[in-house]
Design a protein around this ligand. Structure first.
Ligand code: ADP
Length: 157
């Protein structure tokens, strides 16, 4: 049985993230979407809100679990007895940092593998930070995030 952890800030979850979650859930027996607790990054949504939103928009996917963690990802992955870390890749610009991270994580634990999943081309320019910026300035973010996310973001403004 192969299990994977898909870690991220998900502040907020976008359709790019959702696409990776759906595709990962088809490849693995079980996927944990692990929301990182990063209070000093000053997130728009706190940890509980991010977890609740992801639960709501993924309730039709049966083999996933939504959880949160703080500290080293590799420790969390081991603690949960998982085998694989999933990362989404959008562009060459993601590569350098992710490459460095994957090698560091392998150095910390050689038994845990990092797998990269290529973004769907329609989401290749999409990031949570860009979505927040466009929404704040009054731009339309429909089709980039689930409707419920637009609603919650509008309430925050
Ligand atoms: P971001 O703020 O860049 O969206 P996250 O930490 O929330 O960052 O991202 C979590 C994971 O999802 C990372 O592996 C990231 O590369 C990936 N990801 C983010 N946006 C997309 C997208 N549009 N398509 C595919 N993968 C993505």
């Amino acid at each position: 049985m192969k299990n994977a952890v898909y870690p991220g800030s998900f502040d907020p979850i976008t359709n790019g993230h959702l696409d990776i979650i759906r595709r990962s859930a088809q490849v693995f027996d079980k996927v944990i979407v692990a929301v990182v607790d990063n209070p000093n990054k000053n997130p728009m949504f706190n940890l509980e809100e991010r977890v609740a939103i992801i639960k709501q928009v993924t309730k039709d996917i049966s083999n996933i679990e939504i959880d949160s963690f703080s500290g080293l990802l590799i420790n969390y992955v081991k603690e949960k007895n998982m085998d694989v870390i999933i990362k989404g890749l959008r562009a060459v610009s993601d590569f350098e940092y992710e490459f460095q991270m994957a090698l560091m994580n392998r150095k910390l634990d050689k038994d845990i593998e990092t797998l990269f999943m290529m973004t769907n081309s329609q989401y290749s320019y999409l990031s949570s930070s860009l979505v927040k910026e466009v929404h704040r300035l009054g731009g339309c973010i429909k089709e980039l995030v689930p409707d419920i996310v637009i609603e919650k973001m509008t309430n925050k403004l």
